[in-house]
Ligand binder design. Structure first.
Ligand SMILES: [Zn+2]
Ligand SMILES: [Zn+2]
Length: 376
């Protein structure tokens, strides 16, 4: 191992020991050399975003398996969550990666196998052999499964992107979700000159709405029930911001049809419930695409008449490797704006904050949390 700083043997981390049991404690620094991959580097974490999926792991679900493998899989104990991270490279395993030492990086949090049929076809987001940070996936048996709710995290040199000078660690900790937004936007086949409907104005919805505008949408309509998300969408200049609280299905259909009588070229549903699905499908324009971004293990009836005129339904899974540099260039150039999203917390606050969010799950008080680490 080649390092430019002293690496301690222990570090502070937040560990998901079992569903709803998060503890702030000391654990060994990751045994990077024993992972048997010379591409690996060690990153001193500067910032780590708290993803919506982290709350699903907290509740005992495994969204990665549902989206990537299309089935349920139990989580192992002792996952260190955190896959939206940035930091400084402090150790590398091979000489050829020493150029990264001391660099500020925004790494992709997963490594795909490169040899399966999905990888060969360029659909890296569907690789069943993905090794994933912060999701407990692909590591075999471990005492603790690596993620970035910890002072150090492993990463892969081949997917470490150096952070442009005009961007902070906290902003670039949003890169994972922005790459997801880029991928979802592609899945929705946004057509220049046609309107876009984004149901759900959380970070993913907000980012997709921003991307839709730059991909040529004639207008972007976004809906939500939380003041914090609605106000932020208004502040960021999304064309139509619709508060859906207390409105019936028929009222919403009427209100949204008035905004776009010809229907929407792309509809994105981040809720994935029967009612949002029905609403989205009724509002989908001819030859339009509806993307269900939240796949749940539940049957939903569908009236096929609503799919007439070449309308399409699809889902979206993580992001392909190529979406990441695309999203980073949009963040660097200011097309993606994430500074107003950020709600900074400390690592030791994570267990308390998760418990609070869990007990007020119906009233969203925070938009996008990012853990900021000292001393980087
Ligand atoms: Zn995420
Ligand atoms: Zn693969």
């Amino acid at each position: 191992m080649i390092n430019n700083k002293n690496i301690p043997s222990k570090m502070k981390a937040v560990v998901l020991e079992a569903p709803k049991t998060l503890t702030y404690r000391e654990i060994p620094v990751w045994p990077v050399e024993s992972y048997n991959d010379p591409d690996m580097v060690l990153v001193k974490v500067a910032a780590c975003g708290v993803c919506g999926s982290d709350f699903r792991y907290y509740a005992g679900e495994n969204p990665w398996a549902q989206h990537t493998l299309g089935r349920h899989m139990d989580n192992p104990p002792n996952i260190v969550l955190g896959h939206e991270f940035t930091g400084e490279v402090v150790a590398v395993l091979s000489e050829k990666n020493s150029r990264l030492l001391g660099k500020r990086v925004a790494p992709i949090c997963s490594k795909t196998c490169g040899t399966c049929s999905e990888c060969a076809a360029g659909r890296t987001q569907l690789c069943p052999n993905t090794v994933h940070l912060g999701h407990g996936q692909g590591w075999g048996k471990q005492d603790f499964f690596p993620g970035a709710y910890a002072e150090y995290v492993p990463a892969w040199a081949s997917s470490c992107f150096v952070i442009p000078e005009n961007l902070s660690y906290e902003e670039t900790a949003m890169m994972d979700i922005l790459a997801v937004c880029a991928h979802v936007a592609h899945q929705g086949d946004i057509q220049p000159g046609r309107p876009v409907l984004m149901m759900g104005a959380g970070p993913a919805g907000n980012g997709i709405a921003q991307a839709a505008k730059y991909l040529g949408a004639s207008k972007v309509v976004i809906t939500d029930i939380a003041d914090i998300a609605l106000n932020l969408a208004r502040k960021q200049g999304i064309d139509h911001v619709v508060d859906v609280r207390g409105k019936s299905f028929e009222q919403l259909l009427f209100e949204l049809r008035a905004i776009s009588p010809e229907g929407f070229g792309s509809v994105f549903d981040s809720i994935g419930a029967q009612e949002s699905f029905n609403l989205g499908l009724k509002l989908l324009g001819k030859s339009g695409t509806l993307v269900n971004m939240a796949v749940h293990d539940t049957d939903m009836p569908i009236n096929f008449l609503n799919l007439g005129s070449e309308r399409k339904i699809t889902t979206s899974c993580n992001f392909a490797t190529g979406d990441y540099p695309w999203a980073l260039s949009w963040l660097e150039s200011g097309r993606f704006s994430v500074k107003p999203w950020l709600d900074v917390i400390k690592l030791e606050d994570v267990p308390r904050v998760f418990a609070e969010v869990d007990s007020h799950a119906d009233q969203k008080q925070r938009f996008k949390m990012v853990i900021k680490f000292d001393g980087v």
